[in-house]
Design a protein around this ligand. Structure first.
Ligand SMILES: Nc1ncnc2c1ncn2[C@@H]1O[C@H](COP(=O)(O)OP(=O)(O)OP(=O)(O)O)[C@@H](O)[C@H]1O
Ligand SMILES: [Mg+2]
Length: 320
């Protein structure tokens, strides 16, 4: 197994008027070539910060306080913007939540796709660029692709725009595709279709994928491994079957209960009681301790140990 991405002890802070927001706290994560990693966790747990860090698209008030992201042997933390921009264009592609912001309303879809293709393959003739664009649009499920190439982003529905972004990401032929909640802005039926599209595409996409999602079900369906985040830390990670089948961390267990229906009622359990800690002043011990039914006084004093599990994966919990 060759490593593509090696995130080591990464801490990221956002400067705000209230003080530094500790959005990521010593996060470590490995992405092997060709693997699909899911990232789950409640709102505010740091999933997007991690996704942005992978492509080094962090906002201006962000600072890497510790650690680094090593992409195919290159430590990104110290690279100049010129190198990062080149990586983003060619080796790392991203698909985000809101497809409209990533498309330029002034340009046709043909121009968007053509730009990506030519950046990757500058020597290609115009006819060949067009043929590739049509083939990719068809592959991501956009019918009548030849005509659609002449249309502008506003002529497409939200779901279709997300398909276009996925097409652009794949045409870049990246080594790493980062998708941050690519289905949250869409309604449930369309969401289902986009998840199905990812499922069919993953079979012939040779690169690695980091897939951020609120939905454990989607991650279980699409991913090889899962990383569970809470309050800027990784609380558990491992193969999908292990983590979802035998979760070790009380937080993972609580998340799974939230996605499961209440027996006999057909209703979903709402949410985990309590609130995510304020990341300006994170608690000194386990970040989940204030909400954890099994927490002991030790859990509130010092960060929990990282415990590898005999059956694969690892969890940051004294009980694991
Ligand atoms: N630009 C920013 N400036 C200040 N704080 C920020 C900024 N971006 C994110 N944060 C804070 O960092 C923390 C992590 O946010 P992040 O967006 O990574 O969470 P998330 O897991 O992606 O949540 P969601 O599920 O809602 O998308 C949150 O407390 C958030 O308020
Ligand atoms: Mg997010």
């Amino acid at each position: 197994m060759t490593l593509l991405v090696d995130v080591r002890d990464l801490s990221i802070e956002f400067a705000t008027a209230r003080g530094a927001v500790h959005a990521l706290n010593r996060v470590s994560l490995e992405v092997a070539k060709g693997r699909i990693i899911g990232i789950v966790g409640e709102s505010g747990s740091g999933k997007s910060t991690l996704a942005l860090a992978l492509s080094r698209l962090l906002p201006a008030n962000a600072r890497i306080a510790a650690g680094d992201i090593v992409f195919d042997g290159v430590a990104l933390g110290t690279q100049p913007e010129r190198v990062l921009a080149a990586l983003r264009g060619a080796r790392i592609a991203t698909v985000f939540q809101d497809p409209m912001t990533a498309l330029n309303p002034l340009f046709t879809i043909g121009t968007h796709l053509g730009d990506v293709i030519r950046r990757r393959r500058p020597a290609l003739a115009a006819g060949e660029v067009r043929a590739r664009a049509i083939a990719m649009l068809t592959r991501v499920g956009i019918p009548d692709a030849a005509r659609r190439l002449r249309q502008h982003p506003h002529e497409f529905s939200g779901g279709m725009r997300q398909r276009i972004l996925i097409a652009m990401a794949l045409l870049a032929e990246p080594d790493l595709l980062v998708a941050d909640e690519p289905t949250t802005a869409l309604d449930v039926t369309i969401e289902r279709q986009i998840v199905d599209l990812f499922r069919t595409l993953k079979n012939d996409f040779a690169g690695s994928i980091v897939f951020v999602s609120h939905s454990l079900g989607t991650v279980a369906e699409l991913c090889d491994e899962v990383v569970v985040m809470y309050a800027g830390t990784v609380v558990e990670q491992g193969p999908v079957a292990r983590v979802f089948g035998r979760p070790c961390h009380p937080y993972t267990q609580a998340l799974i209960r939230c996605e499961t229906e209440e027996p006999g009622t057909g209703r979903r359990l709402r949410s985990i009681p309590g609130e995510v800690p304020d990341l300006v002043t994170p608690p000194p011990g386990c970040p989940f301790a204030p909400r954890c039914a099994e927490a002991t006084p030790t859990c509130r004093q010092a960060p929990p140990p990282w415990r590898p599990q005999a059956d694969g994966g690892a969890a940051a919990c004294v009980l694991a």
